[in-house]
Design a protein around this ligand. Structure first.
Ligand code: SF4
Length: 373
């Protein structure tokens, strides 16, 4: 029978248990983890200090499918978007944003990697390309972890200075998919990314961004990790939020705010509200005061994000002056707020666009090979 568990979905404890059950010494776990997370090995044969018999056993019991980098858009010193192919042919995206000060509460000038958790998305937020063709499947823990390792492999291929400058300092779980809808796999991946024997990213450097699955936020609040939480808010009344986020019908603001209060109480950590400014929908200045009141109540900072046009969607971005006025309004109310000057509009940085365009082009090519470039 072919193996179904990927080696990069194993915790140190899982590996020790597996080694014990095969009569292998426990110290081999450390060696295997070293190859996976320090050396970022992508094949068994790279693990040169492991005996052949053990490598054979590993190969029998575990899959080892590194992500295949299909394309990368962007210059090394700018926002880079990575399009990965999974072993079943599905496509996902990650985005590396260099020098993103204070985006998620980290005051330093550090780079942030944004990773996906699902192929497609079922939540259909009206500003997002990821949901346009629906949900296909959840990513397994290894596919989440390998977006970090794969990006590090790409960084390691750069000249030394660029690699140091662009190291991954912060992780945002905000790419394609609703992270909390893939809860168990996400938590396992984050355990591996956070562990000193794994990737070693501090929990406080990891932000989970959700469209607002209130019961899962309450569950997350009870986990023994200090992850940061960001809420895709985008509206402070059910009427406005409902136009932008269909999830608001299931978990209206009252539920969402209650869950956020619980998170705040149990974790004591500042939240982040994501607020995409969309012309004529949620950018009116009369929204500033209620947004400020909510942010104050939940001890939240506000990330204002200019709407990024998505092919096939009709909304537009407000003029710069309107966005500046909205930011100024929040600042006057003493709410920590930033207006993210969009990095990467030129490289289709809106969530899910690169995947969508590539899949459509491939489909066209298959359906009509004569028109292929
Ligand atoms: S914003 Fe997130 S939750 Fe909403 S459709 Fe896009 S990927 Fe899904």
């Amino acid at each position: 029978m072919s193996p179904t568990r990927d080696i990069r979905a194993q915790t140190e404890e899982d590996l020790r248990g597996w080694l014990k059950s095969h009569g292998e010494p426990a110290y081999r776990a450390e060696q295997i983890l070293h190859w996976l997370y320090r050396q970022r090995a992508t094949r068994w044969s790279a693990m040169t200090n492991l005996p052949g018999g053990l490598l054979k056993l590993l190969d029998q019991d575990f899959t080892f499918h590194p992500l295949n980098l299909i394309t990368r858009q962007g210059a090394p010193d700018k926002t880079s978007k990575f399009l990965w192919q999974l072993h079943d042919g599905s496509l996902i995206e990650s985005v590396l944003i260099p020098a993103s000060p204070a985006l998620y509460g980290d005051p330093s000038d550090r780079s942030t990697l944004c990773v996906s958790t699902q192929v497609g998305c079922a939540y259909g937020c009206r500003f997002c390309a990821s949901g346009l063709e629906g949900w296909k499947r959840n990513l397994d823990p290894a596919e989440i972890v390998d977006q970090v390792l794969g990006t590090e492999r790409w960084l390691a291929s750069l000249p030394a200075a660029a690699e140091t400058q662009l190291r991954i300092h912060n992780l945002v779980i905000m790419g394609m998919g609703e992270p909390l809808a893939n809860y168990d796999n996400l938590l396992k991946a984050l355990r591996i990314l956070n562990a000193p024997w794994g990737v070693g990213l501090g929990a406080r450097k990891i932000t989970i961004s959700t469209s607002g699955l209130a019961p899962r936020i309450r569950q997350l609040a009870r986990e023994p990790f200090q992850f940061r939480l960001a809420i895709s808010l985008h509206g402070v009344t059910d009427e406005i939020r409902g136009k932008i986020m269909p999830v608001n019908r299931k978990y209206p603001l009252r539920d969402l705010i209650g869950a956020c209060e619980e998170y705040l109480e149990l974790k004591g950590r500042m939240l982040t509200f994501e607020y995409i400014l969309i012309a004529g929908i949620n950018d009116s200045l009369d929204q500033v005061r209620p947004l400020a009141q909510l942010a104050r109540r939940l001890h939240a900072r506000v990330n204002l994000i200019p709407y990024n046009p998505v092919e096939g969607l009709t909304w537009t971005r407000p003029p710069d002056a309107a966005m500046d006025a909205f930011l100024e309004g929040l600042t006057k109310q003493r709410i920590p707020a930033t207006l993210r000057r969009e990095k990467g509009t030129d490289i289709d940085a809106a969530c899910g666009q690169l995947r969508l365009q590539t899949e459509r082009a491939w489909r066209k090519q298959i359906e009509n090979p004569k028109t292929a470039p």
